[in-house]
Design a protein around this ligand. Sequence first.
Ligand SMILES: [Zn+2]
Length: 702
Amino acid sequence: MVSIEIRPLDYAKSFEQLTEKEKMYSYYLNKACWAGIPISLFQISYESPALFVIFQSFFSSFEDSNKIEEEILKNKDISQNDYDLFILYVVNFYSYYGNYYSFGHSKVMPRLSIDKFELILKQSSKYESFSEIWNIIKNLIYKPSMLLPKTSSKYTSEDIVGTYYLNGITLDEIKKIDNILIKKNISLVNTRLQKIDENEYEILIGSIEEKEEKLTVEDENISITLKYGDFKDYLIKMNSFLEKAKLYASNDTEKKMIDLYIEHFLTGDIEKHKESQRIWIKDISPVVEFNLGWIETYIDTEGVRSYYEGIVALQNKDSSVKYKILVDNVDYFISQLPWDKIFEKDKFITPDFTALDIVGFPTTSLFVGINLPNYLDIHDTDGFKNLSLLNAYGSFDENYLKKIISEKDVELEQKIGARVSMFKTALHELLGHGTGKLFKIDKDGKYNFDIDNTINPLTNEKIKSFYLPEETYESKFSTFCRALEEGRADYTALYLVFDKKAQKIFGFNEDEYEDVIYIMWLIHFIGGIIGIGYYENQKWENPYSQERFIFTNYIFQNQEFGKEILTFNVDDINGSFKIVINKQNLIKYGKNIAGKILMTIHIAKCIGDVKSAEKFVEQYQHVDEYLLYLYEMTPISNRIKKEMHIDLIMEEIDGKQIIKMNEYPSTPIGFIKSVVDRFKCDYNEITFKQWTKYYNPFKNSK
Ligand SMILES: [Zn+2]
């Protein structure tokens, strides 16, 4: 049986440090961000909004949430196991805001029979109010299917389960219409595409204002109408909360930014959103950080339309101090890296990197770090922000770990794993991404390095390659630039973890020295093996898994007898294995070997040596039969950990408005109740209305 562990996303300490005004500001921003999350239900699948309506009605029909289990189990045809599996499904659904996870790679399937599912729903006094919707979607939630993200090579329009594309529009039509829109400079980010008739289409644009505009198209046979006002009711709510938040903004920059968001949601104009992002980048390390809108494109089959998400987070002052000390000592840390300082910038530019605690992160996939905005033109010219979300760091599932590492290692990981991961992220962002110089020649033929005397430490020869004026790192290393750069940053952490001063800054004591190194490497190896799931048709679908695997594979392939760091203890009979690290060897030889890998890719990046980098990546990214065999033995976890958001609520005490954290018990029912309460007022009516607006499923069923 699967057990569910609920972990509240704690931000109490950061919250206490806020002023009353900042608390009000966070309260309204949080409300605004959550108000939009039902939009993502529609983006994920046709049945998700209906499930939302059903669960909201179902759980709010019981007066006392502590007695739901008791009430349901009164019916003797429902077993404890049926009930537990039902709750598991609901918790999964509410944590992804939809019935798909991993960006559509997998569907959340109910593990109890359809009859039992229905019988449980019938225990609600409100069953009649949602039975019709249930009958429409019940077979769909049991149908195995995937969202099929853009990386999948073969899919047909029947495979599309989200509602970005409506009324049986074909893939060819989608491509044809999108091309026309792109040529007309119409952003696809906040749109959906609906077929009305042969050669007749509507572009649904997310906005409050409702209007229709006929698009002039060269091909006279095609009719395209821009229809504004999609998701209107949610956007109205968002804007009303943003208006209130604005009253508590601490400066004009924040007010201006909020105004642009409001205008964007009102008109659907993406330029306004882009403008808000330009200001956001310049608003460095605010105490209350936030961002919202149509953000990521992962779940769209075409990879061009975004899904809604929002975030409100508070600066974590303790960790920000640690980051600052790390940056203040950057000269020392750079001197510890395995290359000469001529491979570093003349002046270190601190990457914007803020340590935050999440208050609310309504999204379909919770990350521990985010890098925004995604608009490439802004990212490249105006810059971006890195947000490290500290309270999102959890440790691995203990029981899962027990199947792939020893009990002793599990214990240690549970003890220091989350702190080590945070430490790794800081080294990764600040000293990983932050370091390195690109060797260039400018338009006048001037080099920014000494071409006659600089020696490539890998070949002991003079530097032969560099960047031409029009070249960037991304353009030169195209297909593998992400994996290489994320690898460079991670390997910097795996190298600098051996530095006692760095460990001390992060609050580890001397007794922990070896353990910190051991756990950071172990977590990386685990990621390297589990991540093989992202290797398909000889290609990597995820740059992080790719670089973790490359490191793991390199270490595994290049071990000398007696100096082994990584081995696997394989039990062929039971089909299981354990990852084993030789701690002594790791402490003795690990730094050196990590330095070698790091040097290879760092120098390649600095001098734009694509050939060497490619050779290295190709040599180590290939998953051989043995490692694939191990991957196939990795167990499926039977314990799930879910993060529970703690909402802010307003209470009136002696005529004064007080903002408080609204805590619920850390149980599956506590988690469910927190979601149900969050969407108490009229979210159900709005969602039902929006759901029936375009599909109108009732039309056919009668
Ligand atoms: Zn990174």
